[in-house]
Design a protein around this ligand. Structure first.
Ligand SMILES: CC(C)(COP(=O)(O)OP(=O)(O)OC[C@H]1O[C@@H](n2cnc3c(N)ncnc32)[C@H](O)[C@@H]1OP(=O)(O)O)[C@@H](O)C(=O)NCCC(=O)NCCS
Length: 150
C-alpha cells in the first residue's frame, strides 16, 4: 500500500528521472514538455503529491496548482514499469479524498493521450469542454472536471 505525501523540492531529482524515463518509452502524445527547471519552478511555487513505497521510493506523482477552490492538475506521471498497476488511480483518489468542501479538480489533456483520458473517465471526471488546435501538433485539448457529490 503506497504512502501519499506532499512532494518537497528534494524529491525533484527522482520525479524528473521518472519523467525522462517514461517519455522515452511512452507511445502516446503527452502534450506538454517538462524541463528540469520547469519542474523545479512548479514544485517551488505550487504543489505536488507522490505515491511512495515503504522504502521511500516514488512510484507516481502529480503536480497541481490551487487557485481558490480549483485544484488544477498540471502533470501526472507514473514510473514506466509501474504503469497499469493502479499507482495513479490510488494517488488521484487520495487527492479527491482530501478535497475540502466546495473544491473541485480541473485539467486539460491531449485528446490522443488515451491512457490519461481513460484514467480520468474511470475515476468519474466529466468532460466539460474542448479546445481545438490547442497543442503544437494540432490536436485538441479535452477539459475534464471532478466535482465531488455534496
Ligand atoms: C496516464 C498515467 C499517469 C496512468 O497511470 P497508471 O499508474 O498507469 O494508471 P493506473 O494503473 O492507476 O490505471 C487506472 C485506470 O486508468 C485506465 N488506464 C490507465 N492506463 C491505460 C491504458 N494504457 N489504456 C487504457 N486504459 C488505461 C484504466 O481504466 C485503468 O484501470 P484498469 O487497469 O483497472 O483497467 C500513465 O500512463 C503515465 O504516466 N502516462 C505518461 C504521462 C501522462 O500522460 N500524463 C498525463 C498528462 S499530464
Amino acid at each position: 500500500m503506497p504512502i501519499f505525501r506532499e512532494l518537497k523540492i528534494n524529491d525533484l531529482e527522482e520525479c524528473f528521472k521518472i519523467w525522462q524515463d517514461l517519455i522515452s518509452h511512452y507511445e502516446h502524445p503527452i502534450g506538454g514538455e517538462w524541463t528540469y527547471s520547469k519542474m523545479a519552478d512548479e514544485l517551488n511555487t505550487h504543489h505536488g503529491v507522490g505515491a511512495f513505497t515503504d522504502d521511500g521510493v516514488i512510484e507516481a506523482f502529480c503536480l497541481y496548482r490551487k487557485i481558490g477552490e480549483i485544484l488544477e492538475i498540471m502533470l501526472l506521471a507514473t514510473k514506466f514499469r509501474e504503469h497499469r498497476t493502479g499507482a495513479m488511480s490510488g494517488l488521484i483518489r487520495s487527492l479527491i479524498a482530501n478535497l475540502a468542501a466546495g473544491e473541485k479538480i480541473w485539467l486539460e489533456v491531449h485528446a490522443g493521450n488515451l491512457p490519461a483520458v481513460a484514467i480520468y473517465e474511470s475515476l468519474g471526471f466529466i468532460l466539460t469542454g474542448e479546445r481545438p488546435g490547442y497543442y503544437t501538433d494540432g490536436a485538441k485539448a479535452l477539459l475534464f472536471e471532478y466535482k465531488p457529490l455534496q
